[in-house]
Design a binder for this molecule. Structure first.
Ligand code: PMP
Length: 383
């Protein structure tokens, strides 16, 4: 066993694919302290800057006084408090759906939902660039798993018309996590209607960020609850806390409560966090200014990067990729920036397809235009 484990690590290292964790000192923000040095960071999913928002800190402190720390049980035993319940009702109202169900993480929401809805005699149609949790969920469900090329709607149409299973589930990221572009939801919805397929959108990176009040990718395209009957959103990114939810019809949610194993067999989120998330939701809804600021930073970056001739991936979201190809190249550029005090992650296979290693830059409403200029200047020096 020893030799096997050592060899695997050596292989990763040789291929420039070894992953290392950075230990930073504390609060998630554009400025991070690592081993006593301050770095300007462009890597978090804290898109609206809520992870360190004073209202949320205060709310968590007060909620801890009321609810103490742990939920102490799963939702179906006696871990489901009025804080969880109220949050679910508010998320349902916000997303314009009958009900919502809280999960402890987005990974678990995807896992539980997909496996509760489809099985061996069904088929899943999934974008090739969907998040790993959706890939794992599809495999665990044992349904036929058809993956179409990224946003290739004619391939999806072809696959749908060739498949004769009991049920068809189309599942896609709303905003693709490593590229930052949007799924072609209007087209997906049209195809789903044509083929009587179900649609599930994982809006981990769109929820809170897109749409005038942060309703996400579905709101951005002005689609309805009938168009996208299964909506998943996460609460650890724009919402600044942790957790996730699925929103849909009462019938869907009741099915998930009965059949989603990653919902049933796990401890509920700490109720104080659920209570804090209620305040997050209010801040998100009232966060137009942050969303506009974020858009301005994104536009500033894209203008500057285009002038520098950087190979930018197409994206209007806070996730901005610079495509570099081989892992070694992405790692070198990331390290050069690090030496200069700028933190940008190199994303390499297997997180992205072979030969598409990249720098993944993410923006937060807490960044300043000066910090974006600093990043552009460093990219100009080292690219
Ligand atoms: N879906 C997508 C598209 C994601 O990017 C992520 C997080 N990286 C998840 C799901 C999982 O969410 P969580 O971090 O809450 O488990």
């Amino acid at each position: 066993m020893q030799t096997f484990l050592q060899q695997r690590l050596a292989q990763r290292e040789q291929a420039h694919l070894y992953r290392r964790r950075l230990v930073h000192a504390g609060v998630q923000s554009p400025l991070l302290t690592i081993e006593g040095r301050t770095y300007l960071a462009f890597c978090s999913n804290d898109y609206l800057g809520l992870a360190s928002h004073p209202d949320l800190i205060r709310c968590l402190q007060q909620a801890a006084n009321q609810y103490a720390v742990g939920a102490g049980a799963s939702h179906l035993i006696n871990g489901h408090t009025q804080a969880h319940h109220a949050l679910e009702e508010e998320l349902a109202a916000f997303t314009g759906r009958e009900r919502a169900l809280l999960f402890s993480t987005g990974y678990m929401a995807n896992m539980g939902t997909v496996t509760a809805l489809v099985e061996r005699q069904d088929a899943i149609f999934a974008d090739k660039l969907n998040h790993a949790s959706l890939v794992d969920a599809a495999q665990l469900s044992r349904a036929h798993h058809h993956r179409y090329a990224h946003n290739d709607m004619s391939m999806l149409a072809r696959l749908l018309s060739q498949t004769m299973t009991r049920h068809q589930l189309i599942v896609t990221d709303g905003v693709f996590s490593m590229d930052g572009d949007l799924a072609d939801l209007p087209q997906i919805v049209a195809l789903a209607k044509q083929h009587q397929a179900w649609v599930m959108v994982d809006d981990a990176h769109g929820f809170g960020v897109l749409g005038t009040t942060g309703g996400g990718t579905v709101a951005h395209y002005q689609l309805s609850a009938t168009d996208v009957p299964i909506l998943m959103g996460t609460l650890g990114k724009a919402f600044g806390v942790t957790g996730a939810f699925v929103a849909g019809s009462a019938l869907l949610i009741e099915n998930l409560i009965q059949y989603a194993r990653s919902y049933i067999y796990t401890t509920a989120l700490p109720p104080a966090l659920a209570e804090t998330l209620r305040t997050s939701l209010k801040l998100v809804q009232a966060g137009s200014e942050q969303r506009e600021k974020l858009q301005a930073l994104i536009q500033q970056f894209r203008r500057g990067a285009t002038q520098l001739g950087l190979p930018l991936l197409p994206s209007m979201t806070p996730i901005q990729g610079i495509l570099l190809g081989e892992a070694e190249k992405a790692l070198q550029l990331s390290q050069a920036l690090y030496q200069q005090g700028i933190l940008v992650t190199a994303i390499r296979p297997p997180t992205v397809p072979p030969h598409t290693a990249r720098l993944r830059i993410t923006f937060s409403a807490l960044h300043t235009p000066e910090q974006v200029d600093k990043l552009l200047l460093a990219l100009a020096q080292h690219y």
